[in-house]
Unconditional design. Structure first.
Length: 172
């Protein structure tokens, strides 16, 4: 399908949101424990309104993916916005996405998370990806993100248990 983009459209957007390096964040949350869904792209293409485009990134895009897609970020969003209360059509608004906390991290710490995310993306894009290996990488990323926030082992356990309980309720 071809769309000629321009001022003739009913609601034209700034083409900048469809070009260059940017994060794409799904406004409709996924199932727990990873309800926030984001990806990175450099490709130019137009997406629909349930995707938010974040550009002018101030940190490594792969580091940001690791943080935003982590279960700690899901935990924060679920508790801050009660986003899973509306079972039919919950959505993150742009102002909520802008409020997602991003930990202060050194270049080295960003690099550690970014490398794990790159491995995860590579593995997930393989035709026959290993789910167990994907789960291990997700857990490593979650641990690194929690460490960046300085969570204790008991706080980490609380997050994991909370999300597991919520996931059980969601599936019931």
């Amino acid at each position: 399908m071809y769309l000629k983009y321009g001022k003739h459209l009913a609601a034209p957007r700034n083409p900048r949101i469809f070009e260059g390096k940017r994060l794409l964040i799904r406004r409709i949350p996924a199932r727990l424990p990873y309800s926030l869904v984001a990806t990175f792209t450099e490709d130019n293409y137009i997406h629909e309104q349930s995707i938010e485009s974040i550009f002018d990134l101030k940190a490594s895009p792969y580091f940001l993916l690791g943080v935003i897609n982590s279960n700690l970020e899901t935990f924060w969003a679920v508790n801050k916005y009660d986003m899973l209360q509306r079972k039919t059509h919950p959505q993150l608004r742009l102002y909520q996405i802008k409020e997602l906390p991003i930990p202060n991290a050194t270049k080295e710490q960003q690099g550690e998370v970014a490398e794990l995310v790159k491995k995860l993306l590579h593995l997930a894009n393989e035709e026959e990806s290993d789910k167990a290996e994907i789960d291990v990488l997700n857990e490593k990323i979650d641990e690194k993100v929690m460490d960046l926030y300085g969570l204790s082992e008991s706080e980490k356990t609380f997050v994991y248990e909370f999300l597991a309980d919520e996931q059980d309720e969601e599936q019931a």
